[in-house]
Ligand binder design. Structure first.
Ligand SMILES: [Zn+2]
Ligand SMILES: [Zn+2]
Ligand SMILES: [Zn+2]
Length: 135
């Protein structure tokens, strides 16, 4: 009888192991892992630890792939790419178009008075009109 070294196989993919990697306790894996499975597990663990909900649609994503909202939006927390670009589009629109008549604003724009409770900016016509009505 030849002395045979006991072969060890990866607990996940059953590959024979040259180098064995000990799984972390919280992975719930019995035995050892190959390099690939080990790295894969690490990656999954990392992603799990770094998932965040989009502040807007609640979709879960990895934080590094999410976007910080602009401070003007009054949003606390990260946004997914979808929500960010939607907000960005609205924001750019609001910046460049009158909030009342939706006409493109020129270089000179008018900020509504606070008591008017209007978001965004106004063209001269709308501003004057509201001023007449509300003072
Ligand atoms: Zn493996
Ligand atoms: Zn979202
Ligand atoms: Zn207007």
């Amino acid at each position: 009888m030849f002395f045979k070294k006991k072969l060890i196989f990866c607990a996940i993919c059953d590959k024979q192991l040259q180098h064995k990697y000990k799984p972390l306790k919280n992975w719930d894996v019995n035995g050892y892992l190959c390099n690939d499975c080990y790295l894969n597990k690490l990656k999954i663990q990392y992603e799990k630890n770094n998932l965040r909900n989009c502040t807007c649609c609640q979709k879960q994503q990895i934080i590094s792939e999410m976007w910080e909202p602009r401070w003007e939006w009054n949003i606390e927390g990260p946004l997914c790419e979808n929500c960010f670009s939607k907000k960005e589009h609205d924001f750019q629109h609001q910046k460049n178009f009158c909030s009342i008549c939706d006409n493109k604003l020129g270089f000179i724009r008018y900020n509504p008075k606070e008591k008017w409770k209007i978001r965004g900016q106004l063209c001269k016509l709308c501003w004057n009109e509201i001023k007449l009505k509300n003072g």
